[in-house]
Design a protein around this ligand. Structure first.
Ligand SMILES: *Cc1c(COP(=O)(O)O)cnc(C)c1O
Length: 476
C-alpha cells in the first residue's frame, strides 16, 4: 500500500461523508485553531481582533496569522531539541521578510530550496551561516549565489551537483591564490534516499525508492556520492540528510531512517576515520504533522523530539559512534496551525443527492487559487461560521471556491449551521503552510493579503494583489 494517495481525486465524488457532526458548531477546538483564537459569544476573535473588523479593514479572502502562535511554536521546537539540536524552518511552507525576521529573533535556522527563497532570506538579513540550500536540480547560478553568500550548508542531491560544486570550489581556490588549504571549503550535507516513506500513522520501508530526490542507499549511490564529495578537497562533508515524508504523527518511520543513516555513517567513518570530526550532523528532515481536523492527533513537539533524540542516541551507541547533532526541518508544524483563511459566503446551493441526502454547497470568494491542497492532496480542513455564532442545527456542507473547476473544493465535508447565509464569514483553520506559498492567479484572481495579528492589533505582512499587479507581466 502506498502510504498516501498522490494527486487529485478525479470524477466521482463520494456521497458518504467521513466527518463527524460536531457537538457544538460554535466550538473552536484548540488543537485545530490558532492559540490566540477565541469565541465567547458571537464572532471569532484572533489575538484580540474581531474577524469582522479584519474583513472590513482588509477585505476577503484574507489570511490572518497569529504572530504569537508562530513565535511560540518556534520556541517549542527550540526548547524541545535543545542545545544539542538544530531546528531549520522550511521556507517553502511559507516565507515573507517578516517571517524571516521572526525566525532570526527566535533563533531558528532556515532551509531554502531556490534562488528566490534564498534571495528573500538574504534581503531580510538572515544570517547566511544559518541557511541551508536544498533542491533536486539546483542551477549553477543558485549554487554560486549560495556559496558567495557563505551559507551554512548545501544539501547535495545529485552527481551533477557535486560536479558543479567542485567547479565552484576550484574557482574559490584560484581566487584565494591557489595556495594549499587557503581557500574556504564549501560545507555540504548529502541527501540520502533511505527507502522510507512516512505519512501520518504509517510508513513503508523499502530498499529502493522510485523518486527524484537524493542518493539511494540501497543502490550504492549514497556511498559513491560520499566518495566523490570526499575526493574533492574544496568540499567539506558536514552531515547526512534524509527527509521521509509529510504530515507524520508516528516516529517509527524516523526510527528506520535514523537506523539506516547511522549505518551509513558507521561505514563512512570506517573508511575515512578523519571524517568523524567533520560529519557533525544527522538531519532527519521535516514532515512533522499538525491537526487539520479534531480527529488528527499529532504528538506534542517535545514528545516527538524526545523520540527522535532517543532513537539517534540508541542507534549511535549500538554502532559505537559519538552522538552527532540532530537537525530537523519543520515547516508545516511551525507555520501551519497559526493561520486561518477568512472568506465571505457569496452563493449557497442545496444539491439533492441520491437517497434524499442534501448537500449545501457554500461558495466563498477564494478557492483553489489560495488553497490548492484539497484539490491536490485530498486534504481535510475544518471550517466554521466565524462572523457570528448560531444555534441552528448542523447542515452537511461543502465549502467550494469561485473558480471554473468542479474540483475547486476547499473543505470537502463539513457541518455548518443550517442558517449559514450570504454575507457570513467563514474561517478555515490551519492554512498557514502550503496555501499562500502555493497560491496562484488562476482565473486571474489576485492573491489575498496576509495579515499578522497580535495583542488586539493587526498589520499586513503582504498586501492584496491589485489589478495592476495582475497586468504587470503583459508586454503591450
Ligand atoms: C518540504 C520539506 C520540509 C518541510 O516539510 P514539512 O512537512 O512542512 O515539515 C523539510 N525538509 C525538506 C527537505 C523538505 O523537502
Amino acid at each position: 500500500m502506498r502510504a498516501h494517495p498522490a494527486g487529485p481525486r478525479h470524477g466521482e465524488i463520494p456521497v458518504d461523508h467521513t466527518s463527524v457532526v460536531p457537538v457544538d458548531l460554535n466550538d473552536l477546538d484548540p488543537v485545530v485553531w490558532p492559540r490566540g483564537a477565541r469565541r465567547t459569544t458571537g464572532a471569532m476573535t484572533l489575538a484580540g481582533n474581531d474577524v469582522r473588523d479584519l474583513a472590513a479593514q482588509y477585505g476577503t479572502p484574507l489570511l490572518a496569522m497569529d504572530e504569537q502562535d508562530f513565535r511560540s511554536r518556534c520556541q517549542d521546537f527550540a526548547d524541545a531539541f535543545g542545545a544539542a539540536g538544530d531546528v531549520h524552518y522550511a521556507a517553502k511552507a511559507f516565507l515573507s521578510t517578516h517571517i524571516v525576521n521572526w525566525l532570526a529573533q527566535e533563533g531558528l535556522a532556515l532551509d531554502v530550496c531556490s534562488a528566490g527563497e534564498l534571495a528573500l532570506a538574504l534581503r531580510a538579513d538572515f544570517p547566511p551561516a544559518k541557511i541551508a540550500l536544498h533542491g533536486s536540480n539546483k542551477s549553477q547560478a543558485e549554487l554560486e549565489m549560495a556559496v558567495d553568500a557563505g551559507i551554512g550548508a548545501i544539501v547535495v542531491d545529485s552527481y551533477d551537483e557535486i560536479a558543479r560544486l567542485a567547479g565552484i570550489a576550484e574557482r574559490l581556490h584560484l581566487e584565494s591564490g591557489g595556495g594549499n588549504g587557503s581557500a574556504r571549503r564549501i560545507p555540504v550535507m548529502i541527501r540520502i534516499t533511505v527507502g522510507v516513506e512516512a505519512h501520518t500513522h504509517e510508513f513503508i520501508a523499502t530498499a529502493h525508492e522510485d523518486q527524484k530526490f537524493g542518493f539511494s542507499l540501497a543502490g550504492g549511490d549514497a556511498a559513491e556520492g560520499v566518495r566523490r564529495i570526499v575526493a574533492c578537497s574544496g568540499l567539506e562533508l558536514i552531515g547526512l540528510h534524509s527527509h521521509i515524508g509529510s504530515q507524520i504523527f508516528d516516529p517509527s518511520g524516523f526510527e528506520v531512517s535514523a537506523h539506516r543513516l547511522v549505518g551509513l555513517l558507521k561505514t563512512i567513518i570506517k573508511t575515512h576515520p578523519d571524517l568523524a570530526a567533520s560529519i557533525t550532523t544527522l538531519d532527519l528532515g521535516g514532515g512533522l504533522g499538525i491537526a487539520y481536523t479534531s480527529t488528527d492527533t499529532p504528538p506534542p513537539v517535545d514528545a516527538m523530539a524526545k523520540s527522535l533524540t532517543e532513537i539517534v542516541e540508541r542507534e549511535c551507541q549500538a554502532a559505537g559512534l559519538a552522538v552527532p547533532r540532530i537537525a530537523v526541518e519543520p515547516g508545516r508544524a511551525i507555520v501551519g496551525p497559526g493561520t486561518v483563511t477568512l472568506y465571505e459566503v457569496g452563493t449557497i446551493k442545496d444539491v439533492h443527492l441520491d437517497g434524499g441526502v442534501v448537500r449545501k454547497y457554500v461558495s466563498i470568494d477564494g478557492g483553489m487559487s489560495d488553497n490548492i491542497r484539497t484539490a491536490l492532496y485530498d486534504a481535510d480542513y475544518t471550517a466554521v461560521l466565524a462572523s457570528r455564532s448560531s444555534d441552528a442545527p448542523a447542515a452537511r456542507c461543502r465549502v467550494v471556491g469561485k473558480h471554473c473547476e468542479s474540483g475547486d473544493i476547499v473543505v470537502r465535508d463539513c457541518y455548518l449551521p443550517a442558517d449559514i447565509a450570504v454575507g457570513d464569514l467563514i474561517a478555515v483553520a490551519a492554512t498557514g503552510a502550503y496555501c499562500y506559498s502555493m497560491a496562484s492567479n488562476y482565473n486571474r484572481l489576485p492573491r489575498p493579503p496576509l495579515v499578522a495579528v497580535i495583542d488586539g492589533t493587526s498589520r499586513q505582512l503582504l498586501r492584496r494583489e491589485t489589478d495592476d499587479d495582475l497586468m504587470r507581466l503583459e508586454t503591450w
